[in-house]
Ligand binder design. Structure first.
Ligand SMILES: Nc1ncnc2c1ncn2[C@@H]1O[C@H](COP(=O)(O)OP(=O)(O)O)[C@@H](O)[C@H]1O
Ligand SMILES: [Mg+2]
Length: 313
Protein backbone atom coordinates (compact mmCIF):
# COMPACT_ATOMS: atom_id res chain seq x y z
CA UNK A 1 0.00 0.00 0.00
CA UNK A 2 1.42 3.39 -0.88
CA UNK A 3 1.42 6.47 1.29
CA UNK A 4 -1.00 8.09 -1.18
CA UNK A 5 -3.61 5.55 -0.18
CA UNK A 6 -3.15 6.37 3.48
CA UNK A 7 -3.65 10.10 3.65
CA UNK A 8 -2.25 11.93 6.62
CA UNK A 9 -4.00 15.27 6.72
CA UNK A 10 -1.46 17.78 7.98
CA UNK A 11 -2.37 21.42 7.47
CA UNK A 12 -1.39 22.62 10.91
CA UNK A 13 2.32 23.30 11.52
CA UNK A 14 2.16 20.89 14.48
CA UNK A 15 1.04 18.01 12.24
CA UNK A 16 3.51 18.92 9.55
CA UNK A 17 6.31 18.63 12.07
CA UNK A 18 4.93 15.27 13.15
CA UNK A 19 4.83 14.08 9.54
CA UNK A 20 8.47 15.07 9.07
CA UNK A 21 9.44 13.14 12.19
CA UNK A 22 7.39 10.15 11.02
CA UNK A 23 9.32 10.13 7.77
CA UNK A 24 12.59 10.13 9.68
CA UNK A 25 11.72 7.36 12.13
CA UNK A 26 10.15 5.23 9.36
CA UNK A 27 13.55 4.10 8.12
CA UNK A 28 14.87 3.12 11.57
CA UNK A 29 14.48 -0.37 13.00
CA UNK A 30 14.38 0.88 16.58
CA UNK A 31 11.30 0.40 18.75
CA UNK A 32 8.95 3.34 18.48
CA UNK A 33 6.59 4.74 21.11
CA UNK A 34 3.57 6.76 19.95
CA UNK A 35 1.65 8.69 22.64
CA UNK A 36 -1.49 10.74 22.36
CA UNK A 37 -5.03 11.10 23.62
CA UNK A 38 -7.65 8.67 22.46
CA UNK A 39 -8.79 9.31 18.89
CA UNK A 40 -5.86 11.53 17.89
CA UNK A 41 -4.64 9.09 15.23
CA UNK A 42 -2.01 6.87 16.90
CA UNK A 43 -3.04 3.76 14.96
CA UNK A 44 -3.16 5.82 11.83
CA UNK A 45 0.35 7.16 12.46
CA UNK A 46 1.72 3.67 13.21
CA UNK A 47 0.38 2.51 9.86
CA UNK A 48 1.87 5.54 8.15
CA UNK A 49 5.30 4.86 9.65
CA UNK A 50 5.02 1.28 8.40
CA UNK A 51 4.02 2.39 4.89
CA UNK A 52 6.75 5.01 4.69
CA UNK A 53 9.53 2.62 5.67
CA UNK A 54 11.34 -0.37 4.18
CA UNK A 55 8.89 -2.79 5.85
CA UNK A 56 5.89 -1.68 3.83
CA UNK A 57 5.53 -5.00 1.98
CA UNK A 58 5.88 -7.10 5.16
CA UNK A 59 3.02 -7.77 7.61
CA UNK A 60 1.51 -5.06 9.83
CA UNK A 61 0.01 -6.79 12.87
CA UNK A 62 -1.68 -5.30 15.90
CA UNK A 63 -2.34 -6.57 19.40
CA UNK A 64 -4.78 -4.75 21.62
CA UNK A 65 -3.23 -5.19 25.07
CA UNK A 66 -6.20 -3.58 26.84
CA UNK A 67 -9.07 -5.64 25.45
CA UNK A 68 -7.49 -9.13 25.45
CA UNK A 69 -7.33 -11.15 28.69
CA UNK A 70 -3.73 -11.09 30.00
CA UNK A 71 -2.98 -14.76 29.30
CA UNK A 72 -4.22 -14.34 25.74
CA UNK A 73 -2.01 -11.29 25.20
CA UNK A 74 1.07 -13.42 25.87
CA UNK A 75 -0.05 -16.26 23.68
CA UNK A 76 -1.00 -13.85 20.88
CA UNK A 77 2.41 -12.23 21.18
CA UNK A 78 4.70 -15.22 21.67
CA UNK A 79 2.58 -18.11 20.43
CA UNK A 80 2.35 -21.39 22.32
CA UNK A 81 3.25 -25.06 22.05
CA UNK A 82 0.73 -27.86 22.23
CA UNK A 83 -0.23 -28.39 25.87
CA UNK A 84 1.36 -25.14 27.10
CA UNK A 85 -1.83 -24.51 29.10
CA UNK A 86 -5.34 -25.94 29.32
CA UNK A 87 -6.92 -25.40 25.95
CA UNK A 88 -3.66 -25.22 24.02
CA UNK A 89 -4.67 -28.10 21.79
CA UNK A 90 -2.17 -27.33 19.07
CA UNK A 91 0.91 -25.26 18.42
CA UNK A 92 0.05 -21.67 17.61
CA UNK A 93 2.41 -19.08 16.17
CA UNK A 94 2.45 -15.68 17.85
CA UNK A 95 2.48 -12.26 16.25
CA UNK A 96 6.21 -11.87 16.87
CA UNK A 97 6.76 -14.84 14.61
CA UNK A 98 4.01 -14.07 12.09
CA UNK A 99 5.16 -10.48 11.80
CA UNK A 100 8.26 -11.56 9.89
CA UNK A 101 10.26 -8.46 9.11
CA UNK A 102 7.17 -6.25 9.34
CA UNK A 103 5.69 -4.12 12.12
CA UNK A 104 4.00 -5.28 15.32
CA UNK A 105 1.82 -2.71 17.04
CA UNK A 106 1.17 -3.05 20.76
CA UNK A 107 -1.92 -0.94 21.34
CA UNK A 108 -2.41 0.39 24.90
CA UNK A 109 0.94 -0.99 26.00
CA UNK A 110 0.39 0.25 29.57
CA UNK A 111 -2.23 -2.49 30.01
CA UNK A 112 0.40 -5.27 29.85
CA UNK A 113 0.71 -7.30 33.05
CA UNK A 114 4.01 -7.16 34.94
CA UNK A 115 4.80 -10.64 33.64
CA UNK A 116 4.22 -9.67 30.02
CA UNK A 117 6.19 -6.45 30.53
CA UNK A 118 9.19 -8.47 31.71
CA UNK A 119 8.98 -10.82 28.74
CA UNK A 120 8.62 -7.97 26.30
CA UNK A 121 11.67 -6.25 27.75
CA UNK A 122 13.69 -9.40 27.22
CA UNK A 123 12.50 -9.69 23.62
CA UNK A 124 13.47 -6.10 22.90
CA UNK A 125 16.87 -6.45 24.50
CA UNK A 126 17.89 -9.86 23.26
CA UNK A 127 15.76 -10.07 20.13
CA UNK A 128 14.85 -13.64 21.03
CA UNK A 129 11.84 -15.31 22.63
CA UNK A 130 10.23 -18.71 23.12
CA UNK A 131 6.69 -19.80 22.46
CA UNK A 132 4.74 -20.36 25.72
CA UNK A 133 5.61 -23.84 26.91
CA UNK A 134 8.44 -24.03 24.40
CA UNK A 135 12.23 -24.08 24.61
CA UNK A 136 13.29 -23.23 21.08
CA UNK A 137 14.79 -19.73 20.94
CA UNK A 138 13.20 -17.78 18.10
CA UNK A 139 14.54 -14.55 16.69
CA UNK A 140 12.38 -11.47 16.25
CA UNK A 141 12.94 -9.50 13.07
CA UNK A 142 9.86 -7.29 13.24
CA UNK A 143 9.81 -3.72 14.47
CA UNK A 144 7.76 -3.11 17.59
CA UNK A 145 5.64 0.04 17.74
CA UNK A 146 3.96 0.68 21.11
CA UNK A 147 0.94 2.97 21.45
CA UNK A 148 -0.28 4.60 24.64
CA UNK A 149 -2.94 7.09 25.65
CA UNK A 150 -1.77 7.11 29.25
CA UNK A 151 1.32 8.98 30.31
CA UNK A 152 3.87 6.18 30.67
CA UNK A 153 6.11 8.39 32.74
CA UNK A 154 3.33 8.72 35.30
CA UNK A 155 2.61 4.98 35.07
CA UNK A 156 6.27 4.37 35.94
CA UNK A 157 6.07 6.80 38.87
CA UNK A 158 2.99 5.05 40.25
CA UNK A 159 4.63 1.64 39.90
CA UNK A 160 2.32 0.34 37.16
CA UNK A 161 4.90 0.21 34.42
CA UNK A 162 8.48 -1.05 34.48
CA UNK A 163 10.94 1.77 34.22
CA UNK A 164 13.47 -0.29 32.25
CA UNK A 165 10.81 -1.19 29.69
CA UNK A 166 9.74 2.44 29.48
CA UNK A 167 13.31 3.50 28.70
CA UNK A 168 13.62 0.72 26.15
CA UNK A 169 10.40 1.76 24.41
CA UNK A 170 11.08 5.46 24.63
CA UNK A 171 14.23 5.51 22.48
CA UNK A 172 12.23 6.92 19.59
CA UNK A 173 9.00 8.63 20.56
CA UNK A 174 6.32 10.55 18.71
CA UNK A 175 3.43 12.43 20.30
CA UNK A 176 0.25 13.07 18.36
CA UNK A 177 -1.16 16.38 19.60
CA UNK A 178 -4.87 16.63 20.45
CA UNK A 179 -6.99 18.11 17.67
CA UNK A 180 -7.66 21.28 19.71
CA UNK A 181 -3.92 22.02 19.59
CA UNK A 182 -3.78 21.82 15.79
CA UNK A 183 -6.91 23.63 14.81
CA UNK A 184 -5.85 24.26 11.23
CA UNK A 185 -6.36 20.51 10.69
CA UNK A 186 -10.02 20.47 11.71
CA UNK A 187 -11.70 21.57 8.49
CA UNK A 188 -9.32 19.79 6.10
CA UNK A 189 -9.82 16.62 8.17
CA UNK A 190 -13.58 17.15 8.12
CA UNK A 191 -13.55 17.44 4.32
CA UNK A 192 -11.35 14.37 4.02
CA UNK A 193 -13.46 12.26 6.38
CA UNK A 194 -16.66 13.50 4.76
CA UNK A 195 -15.48 12.37 1.33
CA UNK A 196 -14.84 8.88 2.71
CA UNK A 197 -18.16 8.78 4.57
CA UNK A 198 -20.08 10.02 1.52
CA UNK A 199 -18.88 6.98 -0.36
CA UNK A 200 -19.80 4.60 2.49
CA UNK A 201 -23.27 6.04 3.01
CA UNK A 202 -24.08 6.72 -0.62
CA UNK A 203 -24.73 10.43 -0.08
CA UNK A 204 -22.56 11.78 -2.89
CA UNK A 205 -23.75 15.39 -2.50
CA UNK A 206 -23.34 15.90 1.27
CA UNK A 207 -21.42 19.04 2.12
CA UNK A 208 -21.00 21.27 5.16
CA UNK A 209 -22.86 24.56 5.38
CA UNK A 210 -20.86 27.66 6.39
CA UNK A 211 -22.38 27.76 9.91
CA UNK A 212 -21.56 24.07 10.31
CA UNK A 213 -17.94 24.72 9.27
CA UNK A 214 -17.66 27.57 11.78
CA UNK A 215 -19.11 25.35 14.47
CA UNK A 216 -16.68 22.51 13.77
CA UNK A 217 -13.74 24.92 13.70
CA UNK A 218 -14.55 26.32 17.17
CA UNK A 219 -15.47 23.13 19.05
CA UNK A 220 -12.84 21.68 21.43
CA UNK A 221 -13.03 18.03 20.19
CA UNK A 222 -12.19 16.18 23.43
CA UNK A 223 -12.61 12.92 21.48
CA UNK A 224 -10.30 14.21 18.76
CA UNK A 225 -10.41 12.92 15.16
CA UNK A 226 -12.57 9.95 16.11
CA UNK A 227 -15.21 12.27 17.57
CA UNK A 228 -15.08 14.38 14.42
CA UNK A 229 -15.56 11.32 12.24
CA UNK A 230 -18.49 10.09 14.36
CA UNK A 231 -20.11 13.53 14.36
CA UNK A 232 -19.89 13.72 10.57
CA UNK A 233 -21.26 10.23 10.16
CA UNK A 234 -24.20 11.08 12.36
CA UNK A 235 -24.79 14.33 10.45
CA UNK A 236 -24.88 12.48 7.13
CA UNK A 237 -27.48 10.09 8.47
CA UNK A 238 -29.63 12.83 10.05
CA UNK A 239 -29.39 15.44 7.34
CA UNK A 240 -32.25 16.00 5.00
CA UNK A 241 -30.96 16.96 1.61
CA UNK A 242 -27.35 17.53 0.78
CA UNK A 243 -26.38 20.24 3.24
CA UNK A 244 -25.07 19.38 6.68
CA UNK A 245 -26.25 22.08 9.08
CA UNK A 246 -25.42 22.64 12.76
CA UNK A 247 -28.77 21.05 13.66
CA UNK A 248 -27.59 17.75 12.18
CA UNK A 249 -24.79 17.56 14.78
CA UNK A 250 -24.97 16.34 18.40
CA UNK A 251 -26.27 18.77 21.04
CA UNK A 252 -22.97 19.10 22.90
CA UNK A 253 -21.16 20.26 19.78
CA UNK A 254 -23.95 22.71 18.93
CA UNK A 255 -24.12 24.03 22.48
CA UNK A 256 -20.38 24.61 22.60
CA UNK A 257 -20.50 26.61 19.38
CA UNK A 258 -23.56 28.74 20.12
CA UNK A 259 -22.42 31.84 21.97
CA UNK A 260 -20.49 30.47 24.94
CA UNK A 261 -18.03 28.77 22.63
CA UNK A 262 -16.63 26.68 25.40
CA UNK A 263 -16.74 23.40 27.14
CA UNK A 264 -18.40 22.81 30.46
CA UNK A 265 -20.68 25.29 32.22
CA UNK A 266 -19.36 28.40 30.55
CA UNK A 267 -15.72 27.56 31.19
CA UNK A 268 -13.62 28.39 28.20
CA UNK A 269 -10.13 27.43 27.27
CA UNK A 270 -7.46 30.06 26.79
CA UNK A 271 -7.25 28.99 23.16
CA UNK A 272 -10.92 29.69 22.56
CA UNK A 273 -10.60 33.13 24.10
CA UNK A 274 -7.46 33.82 22.08
CA UNK A 275 -9.12 32.78 18.85
CA UNK A 276 -12.04 35.10 19.53
CA UNK A 277 -9.86 38.08 20.46
CA UNK A 278 -7.74 37.64 17.34
CA UNK A 279 -10.82 37.27 15.12
CA UNK A 280 -12.35 40.45 16.59
CA UNK A 281 -9.09 42.42 16.25
CA UNK A 282 -8.64 41.34 12.64
CA UNK A 283 -12.15 42.46 11.86
CA UNK A 284 -11.72 45.77 13.68
CA UNK A 285 -8.51 46.53 11.77
CA UNK A 286 -10.07 45.51 8.45
CA UNK A 287 -7.67 42.58 8.28
CA UNK A 288 -4.58 44.78 8.17
CA UNK A 289 -2.04 42.38 9.63
CA UNK A 290 0.46 44.99 10.85
CA UNK A 291 -2.20 47.02 12.62
CA UNK A 292 -3.84 43.98 14.17
CA UNK A 293 -0.46 42.65 15.35
CA UNK A 294 0.38 45.99 16.92
CA UNK A 295 -2.99 46.17 18.68
CA UNK A 296 -2.51 42.65 20.02
CA UNK A 297 1.09 43.32 21.04
CA UNK A 298 2.50 40.40 19.05
CA UNK A 299 4.69 40.15 15.97
CA UNK A 300 3.27 39.90 12.45
CA UNK A 301 4.75 36.44 12.19
CA UNK A 302 3.06 35.24 15.37
CA UNK A 303 -0.24 36.71 14.24
CA UNK A 304 0.00 34.96 10.86
CA UNK A 305 0.77 31.68 12.60
CA UNK A 306 -2.14 32.05 14.98
CA UNK A 307 -4.46 33.10 12.19
CA UNK A 308 -3.61 29.91 10.36
CA UNK A 309 -3.81 27.80 13.51
CA UNK A 310 -7.32 29.01 14.25
CA UNK A 311 -8.45 28.88 10.63
CA UNK A 312 -9.28 32.60 10.57
CA UNK A 313 -9.51 34.62 7.38
N1 LIG B 1 -4.21 12.71 10.11
C1 LIG B 1 -5.24 11.92 9.77
N2 LIG B 1 -5.65 11.89 8.49
C2 LIG B 1 -6.71 11.13 8.15
N3 LIG B 1 -7.43 10.38 9.02
C3 LIG B 1 -7.06 10.37 10.30
C4 LIG B 1 -5.93 11.13 10.73
N4 LIG B 1 -5.78 10.94 12.07
C5 LIG B 1 -6.76 10.10 12.45
N5 LIG B 1 -7.53 9.75 11.40
C6 LIG B 1 -8.72 8.87 11.49
O1 LIG B 1 -9.34 9.12 12.76
C7 LIG B 1 -9.80 7.92 13.38
C8 LIG B 1 -9.14 7.73 14.74
O2 LIG B 1 -7.75 7.48 14.56
P1 LIG B 1 -6.96 6.32 15.36
O3 LIG B 1 -5.66 6.15 14.71
O4 LIG B 1 -7.82 5.09 15.47
O5 LIG B 1 -6.82 7.02 16.80
P2 LIG B 1 -6.17 6.48 18.16
O6 LIG B 1 -5.47 5.18 17.85
O7 LIG B 1 -5.22 7.55 18.60
O8 LIG B 1 -7.30 6.31 19.14
C9 LIG B 1 -9.51 6.82 12.38
O9 LIG B 1 -10.68 6.62 11.60
C10 LIG B 1 -8.37 7.40 11.53
O10 LIG B 1 -8.34 6.83 10.25
MG1 LIG C 1 -6.22 3.31 18.68
Amino acid sequence: MSAERLPWIAEDPASQRLLELAQKVATAATTLLISGESGTGKDHLARLVHELGPRRDAPFLKIDCASLPPNLVESELFGHELGAFTGAVERKLGRLELGGSGTIVLDEVAALTPGAQGKLLRVLQERTFERLGGTEALRIEARVVALTNVDLNAAVASGHFREDLYFRLNVLALTVPPLRERRADILPLADHLLAALRAIHGHPGSHLSEPARRMLATYAWPGNVRELRNALERAIVFSRGDTLDPTDFPDNIRAAASGAAGSIAGLRSLEEVEREVIAATLEATHYKISRAAEALGISRKTLLEKRKKYGLK
